[in-house]
Design a protein around this ligand. Structure first.
Ligand code: ZN
Length: 400
């Protein structure tokens, strides 16, 4: 067998570069062929295209719109007009979340990349939002960078954060978001140093502002581990972390109850229980009784994609659409008074709410105008605050 050549510089990891993405290299080849044919035919009409999802994965009643900043960065410099829901918005099936108007060849080949940034980020943000609801006020941290390609860890954890995670573990992700990364201690440290040396070493070496959270389930029973950690660090111990192995999951609630009981009995009522390992929304709801905080990995970082599609709804000013889609440019409106929302043809003027007669407002905002970005670049902590308001005002997905 021939020995494989070493990779070319810049090709060590199998990812597209920002230049390749922005120039349309990550496109399905049929868009390139379509472009050649349109150019050959001398056609490049003004079109309006809309992005929407006709249904959501896992029977979600709503989803969180995320990935807008990357979409805006992708379209920056293209001669188009783009309006979109603010990032972090809750939206429903069939609602247009983003509308592009301009000459088709200006943006057509970007469809693949544009959908990709929105579909994945929205799925992850929705999972994070649902986990936050399931945890009923307990903080949920994103621990899932390790389950996905590292090149996209910052994107994944930003989406998890804007959806409602309290913090993220990976350093590059936290930097993108503009927050301090969150972590406890790795099993590796305990395996190398032993429990007590690792706990005390952490306490001695790590910045005082970092809460002391001792990992307790590496070698011994969680209950005795928790007590030894509490005795070793005294009132500096903020929490113990239990990282559930799948094999122990059945009786995990009983283990948590026992740990809580023993800590309380021995005067360590202030020590919290931090739980991680194979958690999902249902599991959070079961463990809320004893757990105080969660680290959620795979469930959020591998969130199912929202199947957005991009459809042309208008060509040279005339409504047009494929079968099964509503033609023509649309308003997505909402009534702040009664919560009603709906879709109306953009040719109609937005007026009174059909339910309560209050004035309704259009939900999409301009983000790109004639090649200049005019919106859609909002600091992640602000998007997160907005998203939490949106989610809290929506139907409880667990009561569906
Ligand atoms: Zn109303």
């Amino acid at each position: 067998m021939r020995r494989p050549k070493p990779p070319e510089p810049g090709r060590e990891f199998h990812v597209a570069s920002p230049e390749e993405i922005r120039s349309g290299r990550v496109t399905d080849v049929y868009f390139l062929r379509g472009q050649q044919i349109l150019e050959d035919e001398g056609e490049n009409p003004e079109v309006v295209a809309e992005i929407r999802a006709s249904s959501f994965p896992d029977d979600w009643p709503w989803a969180v719109f995320a990935g807008l900043e990357e979409a805006v960065n992708l379209l920056d410099g293209r001669d188009v007009r783009v309006a979109a829901l603010p990032e972090g918005s809750v939206f429903y099936p069939e609602e247009p979340v983003l509308t592009i108007a301009g000459r088709y060849l200006e943006f057509g080949i970007l469809e693949t990349a544009l959908l990709g940034v929105l579909c994945q980020a929205s799925g992850i943000a929705t999972r994070a939002a649902r986990c936050r609801l399931a945890a009923e006020g307990r903080p949920v941290y994103s621990f899932g960078a390790r389950r996905m390609h590292p090149a996209i860890a910052p994107m994944i954890e930003r989406a998890a954060y804007v959806g409602g995670c309290e913090g993220v573990a990976a350093v590059a992700s936290a930097e993108l978001i503009g927050i301090t990364p969150v972590g406890t201690m790795a099993h590796a440290l305990i395996l190398i140093l032993g429990e007590e040396r690792a706990w005390k070493g952490f306490d001695r070496v790590v910045d005082r502002r970092v809460p002391r959270v001792a990992l307790i389930d590496t070698f011994s029973d969680e209950k005795f581990g928790a007590l030894r950690a509490a005795q070793a660090l005294g009132d500096r111990l903020a929490a113990v972390r239990l990282d559930t192995p799948g094999s122990r999951r059945g009786d995990f609630l009983a283990i948590l109850r026992e740990v809580r009981w023993e800590l309380d009995e021995h005067g360590f009522a202030g020590v919290k229980l931090f739980v991680s390992g194979g958690l999902d929304e249902d599991r959070l709801r079961e463990l809320n009784r004893y757990a105080d905080a969660y680290g959620v990995g795979t469930w959020i970082s591998s969130g199912p994609v929202v199947d957005f599609s991009l459809d042309i709804v208008e060509v040279s000013g005339a409504p047009r659409s494929k079968r099964g889609k509503l033609s023509g440019r649309k308003h997505l409106w909402a009534c702040d008074n009664c919560g009603a929302r709906g879709i109306a043809p953009a040719t109609t003027k937005l007026g009174k709410c059909p339910t309560c007669e209050a004035r309704v407002r259009s939900l999409q905002e301009a983000v790109v105008a004639r090649g200049k970005v005019t919106g859609g670049r909002v600091p992640a902590p602000e998007i997160r605050r907005f998203c939490i308001e949106e989610v809290n005002a929506s139907r409880d997905p667990f009561l569906e």
